[in-house]
Write a protein that binds this ligand. Structure first.
Ligand code: ADP
Length: 378
């Protein structure tokens, strides 16, 4: 019998599960927020993922529910589990990808290395934290942030006053997350796949480069990475996957500090931008691995197939740009580049695709990837 996966969310991550689903003979259905989204190539229902009835109806004839994003509310997730539907990752794990305060508290219990942090509920508490951490701190909204929205570097408590007042308006009350401003030398990401029956596979740790809070570039494996760092990163990834009971793909964003420590920044429990390289540079891509993991099928090798892979995001430029023409141009000029498109209308700063190049020589691989992506403007 053909297994069926239901993906909540119609973005590019759901879209990129479609090809591997076809390859491994799995049927994929998508619950999209709107018509015509990235994943509309698959059988798609349109509906509001905040509504338990809508999601339950969608889930009725699939074997497992998984996600393109982390925003499905806990009560909807719990309604699914209560109705006997397999949900991977499950609500107990997803909570720690939804709420950065919960994540910090749980990672502390697990003994994971992380920046110094505190929950702060007003300007004075934030000011005290800033004073105790060298006059600057990073303040984050615990929920709903992405691509750097919901993250501010502050040197005074009043700089987050607007966030505190909206917390007060929100009937749930709550607090903001304050973190020490980490003096990192670079950002890394560690991906791990884990299936419900417990098998885990760690991908090589990669370097991620952020511009304006958005992932711009990924190099896999992370260059200049000794055995110790690779082992530590993999142990952190596997430790978190097991400790939180994550099922499917887990991405752990890490800071490597100037004094050679590795600290956990945040978690994503789904395929992640830091793993797009694996589509063309690993034995098993993160998208196929996620499907295998959530269906509790045996996992594939997470080894690279070439010494180096470089992934560059394509950010949409001015709306009038003819993307199709640019894709054809990039294909013509850079035949070694694999160009992935998301079927999204270009808007400034919006991720509309990415380029992967793999090969033996990092300089050449990076040059080809950057030059191909550069043809898109951005
Ligand atoms: P988002 O959920 O929006 O991706 P993150 O928590 O990952 O937010 O933060 C976005 C970026 O801000 C990080 O990639 C990093 O560059 C920077 N950043 C976040 N936390 C810290 C910190 N404690 N110290 C220094 N830089 C940070």
């Amino acid at each position: 019998m053909v297994l069926r996966v239901g993906v909540v969310g119609g973005g590019q991550l759901a879209r990129m599960m479609i090809a591997p689903a076809t390859e491994i003979g799995v049927e994929i259905r998508v619950l999209a927020e709107d018509e015509g989204m990235s994943a509309a190539l698959a059988a798609t229902a349109v509906g509001d993922y905040h509504d338990a009835e809508t999601v339950l109806a969608f889930a009725r004839d699939v074997d497992v529910i998984t996600f393109d994003h982390e925003h499905v509310p806990q009560d909807v997730l719990r309604a699914l589990v209560g109705a006997g539907i397999a949900v991977h990752p499950g609500p107990d794990a997803l909570l720690f990808a939804q709420d950065k305060l919960q994540m910090r508290a749980r990672l502390q219990e697990l003994g994971m290395p992380q920046p110094e942090w505190a929950a702060v509920s007003d300007v004075t508490e934030l000011q005290d934290f800033i004073d105790a951490h060298g006059g600057r701190a990073v303040v984050k909204t615990p929920r709903g942030g992405y691509d750097g929205k919901g993250v501010r570097v502050v040197s005074s408590g009043v700089e987050a006053e607007d966030w505190f007042s909206s917390l007060a308006e929100d009937a749930r009350g709550g607090a903001l997350l304050a973190e020490e401003l980490v003096d990192f030398s670079r950002e890394l990401a560690q991906q791990v796949a884990r299936r419900p029956s417990g098998e885990v596979r760690a991908y090589p740790v990669v370097e991620t480069v952020q511009r304006d809070g958005v992932c711009a570039e990924v190099i896999a494996p992370a260059p200049h990475t000794g055995d110790r760092l690779q082992t530590v990163a993999a142990q952190i990834g596997v430790g978190i996957a097991e400790g939180l009971g994550v099922t499917g793909m887990l991405a752990v964003e890490l800071f490597e500090t100037t004094d050679e420590r590795v600290l956990v920044n945040e978690l994503a429990m789904r395929p992640h931008n830091s793993g797009h390289w694996s589509q063309d540079g690993a034995v098993t891509s993160q998208f196929e691995q996620h499907l295998r993991a959530v269906l509790d099928l045996p996992l594939g090798d997470a080894e690279p197939t070439a010494p180096w892979s470089v992934m560059i995001n394509i950010l949409g430029g001015p709306a009038e740009g003819g993307l199709d023409e640019r894709f054809a141009n990039a294909m013509a000029q850079h035949p070694s580049a694999k160009i992935h498109t998301y079927g999204k209308a270009p808007r400034p700063g919006r991720k509309v695709g990415h380029v992967n190049v793999v090969g033996e020589d990092l300089d050449e691989v990076a040059y080809q990837a950057r030059a191909a992506a550069g043809l898109f403007g951005g």
